[in-house]
Design a binder for this molecule. Structure first.
Ligand SMILES: O=c1ccn([C@@H]2O[C@H](COP(=O)(O)OP(=O)(O)O[C@H]3O[C@H](CO)[C@H](O)[C@H](O)[C@H]3O)[C@@H](O)[C@H]2O)c(=O)[nH]1
Length: 336
């Protein structure tokens, strides 16, 4: 199948591009390269442009009249930034996404897969996984923009007789196990990114943001999903949409490991896997943080037949291996 992948030069989008190619599909990438990396589109069918640029969209759909589906990853993803710049988030993640969706529908592409987020949920009850019908409470413009687009998609897919799916990601970690892509931000704020950078520098102090939450060790809980497992969920969702007897539909599905891991447990596992001599201290809570939760992935298992296969340890090991490769690549002439 031929799939348009927006944001295909980004961390998750590029991983999915590799998974699609490995499975014999043909990805066509559309990326503005505002965040995405030019290295990730080398050798790929690639269009440089914005998801709402009519001229670029026109070219893509004209030159690929045989597209079977769109996988839409291109988005702004920084929760903190979204609380400062909500208009940017509603423009990029909601208004522009609608332009893309309608361009696809006008071109007759009626399968649309969207990257949503677990940030749409209200914090779960301790010990209970979040289900797709659990209470929603988006706390940032980022989360709201994602949830709003889910609803826009549901309505417009019905109007046009199309099939849409929104995958609600929990916390992706790791890199393509074949090392074709991985995280690339020079100054990441997320847990594994921070730990990986410290480890690459040979040590330093890592601060756990609060240990007075209602979790088993007081530190927040998250559900970490290997990015390659996440990519496989997209392939399963694509197959499901293409094989569906229904022409029209809309499905929401959690994609997580279904295992809750606390920040302290994560840090301990990281120290074991990396062997890094990090100094771990406990600091204040991070504003806006929640005690967190994990995914109930029953729907993805039953409907898509998808289950995560890769461990947290492998996610950490792959991230560490990729960090080394990526840093080496950033050096001129490959010098260390
Ligand atoms: O140096 C650090 C960095 C993070 N943490 C803690 O680790 C946990 C996880 O934080 P991340 O920033 O890694 O992940 P979040 O769950 O907060 O947010 C991520 O997942 C969300 C979905 O739930 C959104 O997609 C968002 O964009 C993405 O960053 C939080 O309790 C955070 O405070 C620390 O203790 N120290």
């Amino acid at each position: 199948m031929k799939i348009l992948v927006t944001g295909g030069a980004g961390y998750i989008g590029r991983t999915v591009v590799s998974a699609l190619a490995d499975a014999g599909h043909t990805p066509v990438i559309l990326d503005s390269l505002v965040v995405g990396r030019p290295e990730f589109v080398e050798g790929q069918v690639f269009y440089h442009g914005d998801i709402a640029d009519g001229a670029v969209l026109g070219r893509v759909f004209r030159e690929h009249p045989d597209l079977d589906a769109v996988m839409h990853f291109a988005a702004r993803i920084d929760v903190e930034e979204s609380t400062r710049l909500p208009s940017l988030y509603y423009t990029e993640n909601l208004a522009k996404a609608q332009v893309l969706l309608q361009a696809a529908l006008a071109a007759g592409v009626k399968r649309f897969l969207f990257s949503s987020t677990a940030a749409v949920y209200q914090a779960g009850r301790p010990g209970e996984g979040l289900r797709e019908d659990s209470p929603l409470l988006p706390l940032s413009a980022y989360a709201s923009s994602k949830l709003m687009f889910e609803r826009v998609m549901a309505d417009i897919c019905r109007e046009y007789g199309a099939f849409g799916m929104a995958l609600r990601y929990f916390n992706p970690v790791g890199a393509d196990p074949a090392m074709r892509s991985g995280p690339f931000r020079p100054d990441p704020s997320h847990l594994l990114g921070k730990l990986t950078k410290l480890s690459a520098r040979g040590g330093g102090t890592f601060t756990i943001n609060g240990d007075d939450y209602e979790t088993r060790d007081g530190t927040p809980m998250r559900d970490f999903i290997h990015v390659w497992d996440l990519a496989q969920a997209h392939l399963a969702a694509l197959t499901y949409m293409m094989d569906s007897a229904e022409e029209t539909g809309f499905e929401v599905m959690n994609v997580g490991s279904s295992v809750g891991v606390t920040v302290r447990e994560f840090v301990d596992t990281f120290l074991e896997v990396s062997g890094s001599p990090l100094n771990v201290v406990v600091g204040a809570r991070r504003p806006g943080d929640s005690a967190g939760a994990f995914a109930d992935t029953t729907r993805a298992r039953e409907i898509l037949g998808w289950v995560p296969r890769l461990s947290l340890r492998q996610g950490i090991a792959d991230a560490l291996r990729w960090e080394q490769i990526w840093q080496d690549r950033q050096q001129p002439n490959g010098a260390k």
